[in-house]
Design a protein around this ligand. Structure first.
Ligand SMILES: C[S@@+](CC[C@H](N)C(=O)[O-])C[C@H]1O[C@@H](n2cnc3c(N)ncnc32)[C@H](O)[C@@H]1O
Ligand SMILES: Nc1nc2[nH]cc(C(=O)O)c2c(=O)[nH]1
Ligand code: SF4
Ligand SMILES: [Mg+2]
Length: 209
């Protein structure tokens, strides 16, 4: 038990909920084949989270970085997306270094609610009202992807657009269950404010993981 805890603290083993080879459904890299590594554990608590079963970190097996990377290497795609749960709850240095050594581009999906770690080629930052981001995320973000669940979320999105770098891509993504309600206003918002683009959860339309 102690050895497991030490390995997780060092980031040489991590609680793994699931890992699967699919198509990136969201954001700038939508349509790209990618191996998803979903780490268990999240303390942000978004009411509309589509993977609530990930929240309890202790429920998932602790798997060594070597084993995670060896499984990933069985598939031909060379983009690895680290997601969760909230992956920045963990030290991601060893996992990202090992993935890069195996020839992967490393991407992350994060709320930014914990200090940044790891060596990433692409950082998708999706801030949440339920737990404020850690300031270390702002200079790392390549993509700001704000989920629109309520009409006040446009203002929330602008607040974070002012905090990320100029080159950071800005995306609005409808919350899945409220898509019918907000999609029209998202379309109008993006047409009037063209620094923003739309991101849809295309994997859900395609019925793939
Ligand atoms: C499940 S989260 C895991 C990574 C990290 N905890 C985060 O929130 O960025 C992956 C992505 O899905 C988005 N997401 C989660 N539930 C959603 C929903 N119901 N509708 C639209 N996007 C959702 C999140 O905002 C995030 O961009
Ligand atoms: N296909 C697919 N694309 C995704 N992009 C972000 C996802 C996530 O849950 O982090 C996700 C996911 O769960 N599946
Ligand atoms: S931060 Fe991500 S994983 Fe955590 S509750 Fe929110 S959407 Fe779900
Ligand atoms: Mg998902």
């Amino acid at each position: 038990m102690q050895a497991f805890q030490e390995a997780v603290q060092a980031g040489t083993a991590l609680p793994l909920m699931e890992a699967f080879y699919t198509i990136q459904g969201e954001g700038t890299h939508s349509g790209v084949p990618a191996y998803f590594i979903r780490l268990g554990g999240c303390d942000v608590g978004c009411v509309w989270c589509d993977v609530k079963e990930s929240w309890e970190g202790a429920k998932w097996p602790v798997v060594s970085v070597d084993e995670i990377v060896s499984e990933a290497s069985k598939y031909p795609g060379r983009v690895a997306v680290i997601t969760g749960g909230e992956p920045l709850m963990y030290e991601l240095g060893p996992l990202t270094v090992a993935l890069k050594a195996a020839g992967f581009k490393t991407h992350i999906e994060t709320s930014g609610a914990h200090p940044f770690s790891g060596d990433f080629d692409w950082v998708c930052f999706s801030p949440k009202k339920f737990k404020a981001p850690h300031p270390s995320i702002y200079e790392q973000a390549d993509e700001l992807k704000v989920v629109i669940y309520h009409s006040s979320d446009f203002q929330f999105a602008e607040k974070y657009a002012a905090l990320v770098s100029k080159k950071c891509q800005k995306l609005l993504q409808p919350e899945w269950s409220k898509q019918n309600i907000h999609l029209k206003s998202i379309i109008e918002y993006v047409k009037s404010n063209p620094v923003w683009n739309i991101s849809l959860q295309t994997h859900k339309f395609m019925d793939i993981p």
